[in-house]
Design a protein around this ligand. Structure first.
Ligand code: GLN
Length: 537
């Protein structure tokens, strides 16, 4: 087992996840099998209950795991599918340890952070490495060195490094900030020195230091970090501002990072030279596209773009295919209640309404769907975005004026969206969510079919409500055709509106399976329709 442990110093938000994903990408491009683990030192069991406003989107995996959005970066960069075991949290670790204690598994011993909690952490890390059968497992430790909550994890990886072989089988990569001060513009190394000192006090000596700064690190600064932090100079790597996150692997490789790690861990890559040509082509289309379209993202978490991260990436992937950049216009859905949508979104070529929970913002999203439908503006809806489109069509095309979802109005006379039958009666106690990948059947000859090119697809879910089957016939009569269905046709998964250039929505979340080389079909459809719209004007 070989591990790369990625820690962070000075402050959070340095792009540690992108650095770790990029290192993984480089090793993968040299023919090595790579897997990844994200450690989140919070007490939540998983990200499922977290507010997107604070933490960004909740990313959903095939197995239904609701995890930190960094796992999305790993899946996108490495084109792998992960499971909830790839996201280790303090909550998961403590829950297992306490369950074991209650069962008497510790045979009367005093249960302690060391060794019981640290053993559980090591157990979870090595399980992923074993099960994935990878040459290298990247372990990213969330938080910043020095935080109380990450101590057990740092101790666990320190122990693990000794057990598997500190020299050959481990690389510690420490990411830090190199700030630039005042008018002189001098890069300062002191914060890096301090955070490395803190790491060393915990028994971990970094092998590679990645210095985040707006620019490349000066040679003198590299030498200084090398001397003060006891790493060789070629192991001090710059992480300057990039034009796109997808540029980071290329920036790191220019500094010889993959060779550095291959040498350090005596890895046996299949290739001596790295082939990043496909990636470079993709990057070029991302940063220098031939043209642009404006896509509105209508939601209630628009103040934090990370809340919609996978959608933004899916549209970027779709754009790269068409050599078209995407300018995102974030629209707080509440604005659409009192303001004229034409004023707010006058210059957009397409609208995306992503998922969401709770009543706030819903009427504005319905207004967005109406504006798109009436103006023949390309529309894509995902999950709640599918449900609001359905409600809008019921209200305006079917004359069911108080049509709603029972999530927002329990006493509506037209509950066109209703709790899933298996969850009925559990609303108050907290119904459980339908989570993870399930097969969706796509109707032949539909637009969905031409986008997917298949009649059976696996897509990820995260919802409690769905289209009420009682209304299916009337919807289809009104032109809202359910071209994607699940479970013998009882569960509506996709809708497309007839007589509209592109008005399509899905109950599932295609954004989570979008990859640079294989963009989400829904997002591609929206992007292409937006391009057509732009050209026709
Ligand atoms: N709130 C809706 C439901 O639970 C939509 C969920 C979502 O958009 N992820 O069904």
């Amino acid at each position: 087992m070989k591990f790369i442990f990625v820690t962070g110093g000075v402050l959070s938000g340095l792009g540690k996840g992108i650095t770790a994903s990029s290192i993984g990408k480089l090793l993968q491009c040299r023919g090595l099998k790579v897997s990844a683990i994200k450690i989140d030192p919070y007490l939540n069991i998983d990200a499922g209950t977290m507010n997107p406003f604070e933490h960004g989107e909740v990313y959903v995996l095939d197995d239904g795991g609701e995890v930190d959005l960094d796992l999305g970066n790993y899946e996108r960069f490495l084109d792998i599918s992960m499971t909830s075991g790839n996201n280790i949290t303090t909550g998961k670790v403590y829950q297992t340890v306490i369950d074991k204690e209650r069962r008497g598994d510790y045979l009367g011993k005093t249960v302690q952070i060391i060794p019981h909690v640290t053993n559980e952490i090591k157990e979870r890390i090595t399980k992923v490495a074993r099960d994935s059968n990878s040459d290298v497992t990247i372990v990213e430790l969330g938080g910043t060195v020095g935080d109380i909550e990450s101590m057990p994890f740092l101790e666990a990886v320190r122990q693990l490094s000794v057990e598997v072989g500190r020299d050959e089988n481990c690389t510690f990569v420490h990411t830090t900030l190199v700030p630039i001060l005042g008018s002189v513009g001098e890069q300062k190394t002191k914060p890096t020195q301090h955070s490395v000192k803190e790491l060393m006090a915990l028994g971990i000596k970094p092998d590679v230091i990645v210095g985040r700064a707006s620019d490349y690190l000066d040679e003198g600064i590299k030498a200084k970090i090398s001397m003060f932090c006891d790493v060789s100079k070629d192991a001090v790597v710059s992480a300057p501002d990039a034009r796109s996150i997808y540029e980071v692997p290329i920036i790191l490789e220019r500094q010889g990072v993959s060779d550095l790690i291959v040498r350090k861990m005596r890895l046996k890559p299949l290739t001596k030279q790295i082939d990043l040509r496909t990636w470079e082509g993709f990057l070029k289309r991302i940063i220098e596209p031939r043209e642009h379209v404006n896509i509105a993202i209508v939601g209630k978490y628009t103040d934090l773009a990370d809340s919609y991260l996978s959608h933004l990436e899916a549209l970027n992937h779709a754009g790269a295919m068409e050599d078209c950049g995407v300018c995102f216009v974030f629209v707080d859905s509440d604005r659409l209640i009192n303001e004229d949508p034409a004023k707010v979104m006058g210059d957009v070529h397409g609208i995306l309404v992503p998922g969401g929970f709770g009543i706030r913002g819903v009427e504005g999203k319905i207004a967005a769907a109406r504006y798109a439908r009436e103006n023949k503006l390309p529309y894509a809806g995902v999950c709640l975005g599918f449900q609001v489109a359905t409600i809008e069509i019921a209200r305006d095309l079917m004359g069911l004026q108080d049509a709603n979802s029972t999530e927002f109005d329990a006493s509506t006379s037209s509950p066109v969206i209703d709790i899933m039958p298996e969850q009925k009666g559990l609303e108050a106690k907290g119904a459980t969510m339908r989570l993870g990948a399930e097969m969706v059947n796509i109707k032949e000859g539909s637009k969905a079919h031409s986008l997917y090119g298949a009649t059976e697809v696996w897509e990820r879910h995260r919802h409690r409500y769905e289209v009420n089957p009682d209304y299916i016939e009337s919807f289809e009569k009104a032109g809202w055709i359910f071209t994607g269905r699940c479970e013998e046709g009882h569960r509506m998964e996709m809708g497309e509106l007839q007589g509209h250039p592109f008005f399509m929505a899905t109950q599932f979340h295609p954004e989570f399976k979008s990859r640079p080389e294989r963009p989400s079909p829904l997002h591609s459809g929206l992007l292409r329709a937006a391009l057509d719209r732009k050209k026709s004007f």
